[in-house]
Design a protein around this ligand. Structure first.
Ligand code: HEM
Ligand code: HEM
Length: 458
């Protein structure tokens, strides 16, 4: 295709959302494949012997970063790019800027992943990508920040519906948090040293979930609940309390990852207290959304996009009951450093934000493509594959974590514990295959929707 026509097409309505949603679907499939690579290692450690780029230490990092930034972040932003102009009754400030942001983010992930497979890592969880990728991520968010703010400035709807608060908050917080957490003033290492570095990292590490993917997912759910229920939002006040209390409490809780580390005790105490205080913003969101749907839950079961999104809010409730519990020092003596936390991570990132991202994508896809979803049946198949795979992960990893934790607490040798993990890791591998199948079926459905979906006038 000639260059000019591509540039022209980048300015078309919804091209930004399309780029983010299609990239998100592709990274979902690739990122879970890297998860499969990691899971195989834990069942058969010699399976990829002598293939350096597939070593556990490398492919695990590829998996985590790709599903986080490639799948969840991209897909949520794709939905936000469609929803923000709708709730503000205006056009997106610049489609080209949004497309450029998607290109920058995709480049960041590609360079970052290739670097990780070559062994180039900054070695800090969720901040492993090397400096050039960090620069591209910041560029992507800066472009999105301008785009979102200018759309608000030009809006014709005076009321700022709660979704727009969450979307703009997520982007602006990330512009500040990402360079801080990645210690970008030390480009070579991306790190400070010692305990200070750990505090910096986990300030960022938990905020990337709490102040980026959570507000994006919550903003999407706030848009979809009233539309699908066909009812007004239960309470505007609750939605604003939820927004500000999220900002107030979440920013302090990163230290709950360091309860077992030699950081100041006051910092641990604040992080535990605020982990419990987090129940306030979470409760406001869930009460508000579920009460909006009250008496109309059947509408959420017949629409596959709504079903995915609704189940995402149920995972959110489970994650946020488990979260405060596992921030207690007494509980962490058993649950820290083992598969319990991996279970929490998967139900949080895939169950809560991933399910809402997918629900949001299927909801907005017809509006941005002008076509019906190619196959609603395939969404249902994907839904069941993901749900069964994730329930498997949750049960198996939680049980495995409790065994590991109890053994460690009682001083059992790892030679006794490690072989006991084999059946659990095998069951996780099987659950993973269900999730991967779901990811590829979803990708097929998205591609076919753009190519073969029945055209509609919306
Ligand atoms: C009330 C809300 C929440 C609380 C209090 C909470 C608490 C915690 C705690 C204490 C840990 C560390 C456990 C340990 O290392 O022993 C943790 C880990 C984690 N949480 Fe949450 N959580 C909450 C919600 C969420 C949400 C909404 C997400 C994602 C959207 C999330 C994603 C994660 C991830 C990915 C980890 C693993 C971090 C690692 O790699 O070690 N959490 N959470
Ligand atoms: C889109 C879906 C998925 C998401 C969002 C996701 C997310 C994550 C996250 C955040 C972590 C880091 C957890 C931590 O350090 O606490 C992780 C680790 C991991 N994931 Fe996934 N994952 C997904 C799918 C899969 C699949 C399908 C498999 C297996 C086939 C898998 C296997 C693994 C493995 C083996 C680890 C490393 C566990 C360890 O270090 O012991 N994941 N994943």
């Amino acid at each position: 295709m000639p260059r000019e026509s591509l540039i022209k097409r980048a300015g078309n309505e919804h091209s930004g959302a399309k780029c983010f949603l299609i990239s998100g679907s592709i990274w979902f499939a690739l990122g879970t494949l890297a998860g499969l690579g990691s899971a195989i290692h834990l069942v058969a450690p010699d399976f990829f012997a002598n293939i350096s780029w597939l070593e556990f230490g490398r492919i695990r990092q590829v998996h985590v970063n790709t599903v986080l930034f490639g799948f969840v972040v991209s897909m949520l932003i794709g939905c936000a790019l469609y929803i923000l102009p709708r709730v503000l009754a205006t056009k997106l400030y610049s489609e080209r800027m949004a497309v450029l942001a998607s290109i920058a983010l995709n480049l960041a992930i590609t360079i970052g992943d290739i670097g990780l497979m070559m062994g180039l890592t900054q070695g800090r969880e969720y901040a492993e990508y090397i400096f050039p990728s960090d620069v591209l991520v910041v560029l992507a968010f800066a472009l999105l920040g301008i785009c979102f703010i200018m759309t608000i400035v030009r809006r014709t709807e005076p009321l700022l519906y709660v979704s727009s608060w969450y979307f703009v908050g997520a982007i602006l917080w990330t512009i500040v948090m990402y360079p801080l957490g990645n210690v970008m003033w030390h480009p070579a290492t991306g790190a400070e040293s010692g305990v200070i570095d750990a505090i910096f990292l986990w300030f960022y590490g938990h905020n990337i979930f709490g102040l980026l993917v959570t507000p994006l997912a919550v903003g999407i759910a706030y848009y979809m609940f009233p539309r699908i229920a066909g009812a007004p939002l239960y309470s505007q006040i609750l939605s604003i309390i939820g927004f500000w209390s999220l900002l107030l409490f979440y920013t302090h809780i990163g230290a709950h990852h360091l309860i077992q580390a030699p950081i100041p005790t006051w910092l641990k105490t604040v992080s535990i207290i605020d982990s419990y205080a987090m129940m306030l913003p979470v409760a406001t969101v869930l009460i508000n959304q579920w009460y909006t749907a009250r008496g109309r839950f059947n509408k959420f079961l017949v629409n596959p996009a709504a079903k995915l999104m609704f189940i995402g809010t149920i995972w959110y409730a489970i994650v946020c009951v488990q979260g405060p519990l596992q921030s207690l020092a007494s509980v962490q003596r058993v649950t820290h450093f083992n598969n319990w936390v991996i279970g929490h991570a998967h139900i949080a990132v895939l169950g809560f934000t991933g399910f809402i991202a997918l629900g949001g994508m299927y909801y907005v896809l017809p509006y941005i493509s002008g076509r019906k979803i190619y196959s609603e049946k395939l969404i249902n198949v994907q839904y069941w594959l993901l749900l069964l795979g994730l329930v498997d992960f949750f049960i198996v990893l939680t049980a495995a974590g409790l065994i590991q934790g109890q053994d460690w607490l009682h001083g059992a040798t790892v030679y006794r514990t490690v072989p006991m993990m084999k059946p659990y890791m095998t069951l996780r591998l099987m659950g993973g295959l269900l999730i991967i199948s779901g990811a590829f079926i979803g990708l097929y459905n998205v591609i076919m929707t753009f190519h073969r979906g029945e055209q509609i006038q919306l």
